[in-house]
Each structure stands twice: as C-alpha cells, then as structure tokens.
Ligand binder design. Structure first.
Ligand code: CA
Length: 262
C-alpha cells in the first residue's frame, strides 16, 4: 500500500472511529448496505432537475436546476410549496400542486430513460461478494421499479428487502425509510438484535444524507451532482466520495476497515 492509499485508509478508519464514539458502539459489524436509487444507482437526477426547472418556469416561478438537487428526496408537493412560498409569498393550492406535478411528471416521462450510474453495478457485485447484503431504499414509487432494477442489476436485489414510496408515510429527510429498511432486514434474517451499526447508507442528496444520519446509520455520501461537498458533509455524512466509480474503486479499503472494527 503506497502513502496515498495509507492516508485514504486512515481517513476511513477515523470516520468509523468517530461514528462509534458518537453513538457509543464498540464496533461495526456491517451486514447490509442500503442504497438510495436516483442519483446513486441511476443517473436520473439531471432529467429531474431539468424538468423541475422547466415546469416551474412554465408556471411563472424560478427554480434553478442546481436548487432542484437541494430538494431531491422531498415530495412533489413539498418542493412546490417551498418554491411557491419564496416566489409568490403563499402556498400553492391543491389544484395547483396537482397541475404542476402532473406537468413535471409528463415532461419527465418524455425524457430518455436514465442510464445506470457508472461503477454502480460493479460496486454492487463487490458489496455482495464481500458478504454485505445490498438493499434499495428509495422515495420513488414507480410500479415497474423492481423489474427495472433486476434488468439493470441482475441478481443483486431482493423484493422483500426493498423500501419504496409505497412502504413509508413521511419520506426523506425523515429517517422512516431507513428505519423501515432495517426492520425489513431484521425480519428477513429473523435477527432482532440488529442495530444501526450493522448497516451503512449510500446517498447522493443532502436530504437523503440527513435521513440516513437521523436513522443512526453510518452514511456514505457520493456527490454525483453539481452541489459542493459541503452540502452533503454539513448534513452529517460520515464519508464522501465523488462518484460511484470512486466508491467502487475504494470498496476493498472501506470494507476492510468496516470489518477490522468488528
Ligand atoms: Ca437520490
């Protein structure tokens, strides 16, 4: 291992130690990795951001594309109301919310289907081979989601270990989706003593990082969008990589540190 690699490993070890100290755990024994979907597994955020910008402009409001990344994970109504309050000083009516959201969804459906994020499949194969179970935790609620995941990431995910919009009431930044993911894993393993330190979260959005951290889980940010690293680190991300490819390339180091601490 050269000096750069040693420094990188030290950074990972320190991040894990800090997490253990903050939460009062003696060690991590990671059994599962909970992956967010948009912006992590699929390169879909560019289309979402562009459609949000064009939709709001159509309704006379300004929502820059970069700002759409700040709202990533929020419900459609939540985003619309936030922008409406700022741009017009009032909330949107139910009818407006429906119209605006429908316009955005129609635009999005016209976009080409997002590609797999570079390095994502290779990372998932490595994760599985290292004895960590990959899971998906997403706010998305497309009915074809499982089929699409299985087509793009064959033999990686299990339906019973998946959390989607259909499973949760609140959505991110509420920790509920990740708490639900942990509950599903406990049930699947029939292991009631699993704790947050038996999991990791992989997220690309500030609100997603906030949700993972609020669930008490070691949260790895992958900054795949245009926001500064600080937007993710300030939400409490334990580690940050700049792409899924980078996390894939570093996985052996990450997992050896996670296992060394157990
Ligand atoms: Ca995301």
């Amino acid at each position: 291992m050269n000096i750069v690699e040693k420094m990188e490993k030290k950074k990972i070890e320190e991040a894990i130690q800090k997490y253990l100290d903050v939460h009062g755990y003696e060690r991590m024994a990671v059994k599962a990795a909970m992956f967010d979907m948009d912006g992590v597994l699929f390169d879909s955020m560019k289309n979402h951001a562009k459609c949000w910008h064009e939709t709001m402009a159509h309704f006379g409001m300004d929502l820059p594309e970069w700002e759409a990344y700040m709202h990533e994970g929020r419900t459609g109504a939540g985003t619309i109301n936030l922008v409406s309050m700022r741009e017009r000083g009032c909330r949107a009516t139910e009818e407006e919310i429906q119209n605006i959201y429908k316009y955005k969804s129609d635009l999005f459906n016209l976009c080409p289907k997002a590609e797999r994020m570079l390095g994502a499949y290779e990372l998932l194969v490595k994760v599985k081979a290292s004895g960590v179970v990959p899971m998906v935790v997403t706010g998305s609620g497309q009915v074809t989601l499982l089929e699409r995941l299985n087509r793009n990431f064959p033999e990686i995910f299990r339906k019973e270990l998946m959390v989607t919009a259909f499973d949760v009431k609140f959505g991110k930044p509420n920790p509920e989706p990740y708490l639900m993911g942990m509950a599903k894993m406990k049930k699947w393993l029939d292991d009631r003593v699993l704790q947050p330190c038996n999991f990791i979260v992989v997220e690309n959005a500030p609100l997603g990082v906030e949700a993972g951290v609020a669930a008490g889980v070691f949260t790895i940010a992958v900054n795949t969008g245009p926001l500064p690293d600080g937007a993710l680190l300030s939400q409490g991300a334990n580690l940050l990589f700049h792409s899924m490819q980078e996390l894939c390339d570093e996985w052996e180091k990450v997992v050896s540190c996670l296992k060394a601490s157990s």
